[in-house]
Design a protein around this ligand. Structure first.
Ligand SMILES: [Fe+2]
Length: 285
């Protein structure tokens, strides 16, 4: 996009957020959402890149969630660690020592990130569903933020910052090794990138300081600091939500974080989130 097109895009994205509105969408049957329910999800994702929904039934059934995500366009699933044959991962406090090394599978807080930031560009995660099968006894709040607003704010502040973060080697995730084997090689990539088909901004990011290397230039360092500040400055657009059972978010891989939580003694008060990652964004048809 040329600079005028970028400016128009930024204005349009800010405009879309200018008027809020109730974001919860009730889904009667996740296997067969009605046309009105599908339109509501698509409409919210077009405006905010995310939609909060509540299932009337099928709350913890991975088949129901998978069917719902498919209807909404999330066809091609990212077979991440922990995902089953449908591409549905169960995120909960791990019982086995291998998983328990990874923060998502603990009860600890997770800082701002988008999902799959370590994927190759060809396997960019564009659509995500996070669905609560059961909440923790306490804590486990999510905060969500549309990355388009972050881009627009930074572009307005100084286009050089955005340029630094759009560099193909802006961010490097070092190789992941376990037991002396390279599970995932080192990956480089931009933070911001526009896709043409389907169109949209894609953001790869983690606020983690471990296991991440930024390109060594003064502009990159300035841009990374500005990015953190921009996320904080957009607090009015942070969507705070503590999902109850049967509730979740379907989104175009928006920025999100999670607070720490405490599971109760019985299974019913353990935080269990079903998660789908897809190479497809939410369908807007
Ligand atoms: Fe995540």
């Amino acid at each position: 996009m040329d600079s005028k097109a970028v400016a128009r895009w930024c204005d349009a994205r800010r405009e879309a957020h200018a008027t809020g509105g109730g974001r919860w969408i009730e889904i009667g049957d996740p296997y067969r959402p009605s046309a009105a329910e599908r339109d509501a999800i698509a409409g919210h994702c077009t405006r905010f890149n995310l939609a909060l929904y509540r299932f009337a039934r099928g709350g913890s059934d991975p088949d129901a969630l998978s069917a719902f995500a498919r209807v909404m366009g999330l066809e091609r699933r990212d077979p991440t660690l922990g995902a089953d044959r449908r591409g549905v991962a169960t995120v909960r406090v791990a019982r086995n020592p291998h998983e328990s090394e990874m923060i998502p599978f603990t009860s600890r807080a997770l800082n701002w990130h988008t999902d799959g930031y370590y994927n190759t560009l060809e396997r960019s995660v564009r659509g995500v569903v996070m669905h609560c099968a059961s909440p923790a006894e306490s804590g486990g709040e999510n905060i969500l933020l549309d990355p388009d607003l972050v881009f627009a704010a930074m572009q307005e502040q100084d286009p050089v910052l955005v340029e630094a973060l759009a560099h193909p080697c802006a961010m490097t995730i070092p190789a992941y090794e376990a037991g002396g084997t390279v599970v995932r090689p080192a990956r480089h990539g931009p933070v911001f990138r526009f896709f043409d088909d389907p169109p949209g901004l894609h953001m790869r990011y983690t606020m983690r300081t471990r296991s991440i290397r930024w390109r060594s230039t003064p502009d990159t360092a300035r841009a990374v600091a500005a990015l953190e500040a921009t996320i904080a400055s957009l607090a009015a657009h942070h969507v705070h939500v503590r999902f109850e059972a049967n509730e979740g978010v379907i989104c175009n891989n928006v920025l999100h974080r999670r607070s720490a939580f405490v599971d109760g003694e019985d299974e019913g008060s353990h935080r269990v989130v079903l998660r789908i990652r897809s190479f497809d964004p939410v369908s807007t048809r």
